[in-house]
Design a protein around this ligand. Structure first.
Ligand code: SAM
Length: 204
């Protein structure tokens, strides 16, 4: 990724994503997680304090070594054991049907093959296991979408490949999940083009 992607961007993401306003959304996304959990795009571990008591262990997947380093205090303080295993959500080094639940928060925007990563999550989930997600993506309103398409090339360059225009619900169903709960909204305190969030649960 180079110096910016490896050494600067994870710090910027940690600072930007460690917002008080996002915490209630993280809590909502993590509600219902249980048992063996796989989290892709673990980053600097900002979801750690939101894992419910029913979680036995979290397996963290993320390419960023610096993100994992920035997560170290959160990981050490967590009552839930967390291990880093796997660098790429598009190719998970786990057996089929190993996990009870899965988590992704503001990550599908950046993974190059988002459907491939979702198919991998579906493969490693037990049948009937659930994927819990909050992701920003393509807005429900046409005027906002126009801005998203205009700004996408800049965003991709500055934010490590992140796109504003991913159709989150469509990608999840394309990967074979059944969405059982979804809330699509504009996050408070963010411009609409960046804060068109989809929060929900899908069954493998
Ligand atoms: C915007 S950050 C979100 C981090 C974290 N999920 C959060 O909510 O704060 C996106 C994360 O996706 C990770 N990522 C990028 N490509 C990935 C891939 N192919 N597989 C797994 N994670 C990836 C990045 O390293 C980064 O940590």
């Amino acid at each position: 990724m180079g110096f910016y992607g490896d050494r600067i961007l994870p710090r910027l993401i940690n600072a930007a994503c460690d917002s008080k306003d996002l915490r209630p959304l993280r809590q909502r996304a993590c509600a219902g997680l249980s048992g063996e959990v796989v989290e892709i795009g673990f980053g600097s571990g900002l979801n750690v304090e939101c894992y419910p008591a029913a979680v036995h262990r979290v397996t963290a997947v993320d390419p960023s070594g610096l993100g994992w380093k920035l997560a170290s205090k959160r990981v050490a303080a967590s009552p839930v054991p967390i291990e880093r295993s796997g660098l790429d959500g598009q190719s998970l080094p786990f057996d089929d049907a190993r996990f009870d639940t899965a988590l992704t928060t503001w990550t599908l925007c950046t993974v190059p093959d988002a459907v491939g990563a979702l198919q991998e999550l579906r493969r490693v989930l037990k049948p009937g296991g659930t994927l819990h997600f909050i992701e920003h993506g393509l807005a429900p309103d046409e005027d906002v979408r126009r801005w998203q398409y205009r700004l996408d090339p800049i965003q991709r360059r500055l934010a490590g490949g992140c796109r504003f225009t991913r159709p989150i619900a469509h990608l999840i169903t394309e990967a074979g999940f059944t969405i059982t709960d979804i809330d699509v909204f504009y996050a408070d305190g963010e411009p609409k083009f960046a804060g068109a969030d989809s929060l929900g649960v899908a069954t493998a």
